[in-house]
Ligand binder design. Structure first.
Ligand SMILES: *Cc1c(COP(=O)(O)O)cnc(C)c1O
Length: 372
């Protein structure tokens, strides 16, 4: 085929750069037991209650899933104290975000996000050939700039993509900032509040998106089972918004977008409060320790409310990435998908994994200092 058989928007799309499978990296480098701190997965594994539920359901894998995700939507609704007609489930929250974009972004409409926000929003807009703007973050803080977003809204701005906390920076908007943003957005502009890391947040002034949806039908909150619930491989996420918006989204959603196993796992995981609090507490302690250790090595570490840290290396990030990889530790370089050439993102692992990372980073920095 000729490349001009697809649109310029797709020809020019920089693909999301997924890491290689761990097994493949190990085979190539001749190493074993490598530590993956690259994808913000839960180091404790999946929710145990979810694993039990999946095992019990495997014998029904020949049946199509419930296309209405009845039990899952009811469970999410009762957990959050909303009506089920406000809830849509998806094949991960990325699916939910894409369904929202396909529902809302008409030809000529405009999407808005921060430069340095989660990369999927841009891929979705560009893939649909919709105009979008990326406004800079607050300088040196790597944080969403409320005024820059408000200032970039125009008459065709239909969607604002707002991750809180943001990936890959880990920064968040507090309640005052979020109030100001939501107050300033026209009613005809939908704010997609992507709260993939909400279970990890410790800041007392965090703005829980659910507190906005009653008074602001243009706010839709997206959450996921991929992070704190430990179910990234099963793919399940959801949106909570106005019944009318959810109803429209349901018209274009693929009827079986959430697998049967993902549905039963997610229902069970929502009851696994013990696992969630264990995950939250582990992350809280380890995040703090990791931040302090990396800072004491002289690295610039961005304060995070999520289960990862963004670190500035003061040099092109490929060097530390390659070095750590050869030593069995996989982190995420942010040069390709994010254009942050000197930054890596490190997922918070178990205590032992984090110790290994800190030790390796120390060695790397020593070698770098000697080489210089
Ligand atoms: C990980 C992540 C998601 C979740 O993606 P899933 O499709 O649910 O696995 C969504 N938004 C952000 C900002 C993320 O980092």
């Amino acid at each position: 085929m000729h490349s001009n058989m697809v649109g310029k928007n797709i020809q020019n799309l920089i693909p999301y750069a997924p890491g290689k499978p761990v097994e493949e990296v190990e085979r190539e480098l001749g190493i074993r037991n490598s530590i993956k701190l690259a994808s913000n997965e839960n180091p404790l594994g999946p929710s145990p209650l979810a694993m039990e539920a999946v095992a019990a359901h495997l014998g029904k894998a020949h049946l199509y899933p419930d296309g209405g995700a009845f039990y899952l939507r009811n469970k999410i609704a009762s957990t959050l104290g909303v009506t089920p007609d406000r809830v849509m489930a998806g094949n991960g929250s990325n699916d939910v975000i894409e369904i929202l974009a396909h529902t809302l972004l008409m030809p000529g409409d405009h999407g808005l996000m921060s430069y340095g926000a989660f990369a999927i929003y841009k891929i979705i807009c560009q893939g649909m050939d919709r105009e979008f703007t990326e406004v800079p973050m607050v300088e040196n803080q790597w944080k969403t700039d409320v005024d820059a977003l408000l200032g970039a809204i125009h008459s065709r701005t239909k969607m604002i993509f707002l991750p809180n906390p943001n990936n890959p920076t880990g920064t968040y908007l507090n309640k005052d900032e979020m109030d100001r943003l939501i107050r300033g957005v026209p009613k005809e502009t939908i704010v997609v509040l992507d709260e993939a890391y909400t279970e990890y947040v410790t800041a007392g002034d965090y703005a829980d998106g659910m507190t906005y949806i009653d008074d602001h039908p243009n706010v839709v909150v997206c959450r996921t089972f991929s992070k704190a619930y430990g179910l990234a491989g099963l793919r399940c996420g959801y949106a909570v918004g106005s019944p009318q918006l959810i109803n429209f989204c349901n018209r274009i959603r693929q009827p079986f977008n959430v697998s049967a196993l993902a549905q039963v796992a997610a229902v069970a995981a929502l009851d696994d409060r013990e696992f969630i609090s264990k995950s939250h507490n582990l992350n809280k302690n380890e995040l703090k320790a990791m931040h302090e250790s990396l800072t004491s090595m002289g690295l610039e570490v961005i304060p995070s409310q999520a289960n990862f840290l963004m670190v500035r290396m003061g040099e092109p990030c490929q060097s530390v990435f390659d070095w750590l990889l050869r030593h069995g530790i996989i982190v995420r370089p942010l040069n390709k998908s994010y254009g942050m050439d000197d930054c890596i993102r490190i997922t918070i692992g178990t205590s032992a994994e984090n110790k290994a990372l800190i030790e390796a980073m120390g060695k790397y920095l020593d070698e770098r200092a000697k080489g210089a």
